[in-house]
Design a protein around this ligand. Structure first.
Ligand code: MG
Length: 115
């Protein structure tokens, strides 16, 4: 696979759960997804802290997969909007923000969707 999209990662995650015969109800699924996401963020931090930069891309990959799993749960169990659509709007919103070099902070233009 040359390039991979967020949508493809989400579809792979759904397929993986099915193919591996993992039975999920929404309460178990979100617990697993969030605990794993937090665990994987910790693994990124550990790799960075230990200066093991060769491990960082794989650990970031794990973070992305479990973040996509959380989004899948929002979409599949709660009927929420597709992650890719929200991501596009989020990126557009970020482009409207300006950076204050002195205080090293971005401004926060009023936005009903993103807080
Ligand atoms: Mg990992």
């Amino acid at each position: 696979m040359k390039n991979i999209t967020i949508k493809q990662i989400q579809e792979w995650e759904r397929s993986f759960v099915k193919r591996k015969g993992i039975k999920q109800n929404k309460d178990d699924a979100i617990k697993i997804a969030l605990f794993k996401l937090i665990e994987e963020v910790g693994e990124v931090a550990k790799a960075v802290n230990e200066n093991k930069w060769s491990e960082v891309p794989a650990e970031v990959s794990d973070v992305i997969v479990f973040a996509c799993k959380v989004a899948n749960i929002a979409e599949d169990f709660y009927g929420k909007e597709e992650l890719t659509n929200v991501l596009k709007r989020k990126i557009d919103y970020c482009e409207t923000r300006t950076y204050d070099k002195k205080n090293k902070k971005f401004n926060k233009p009023k936005n009903k969707e993103f807080k």
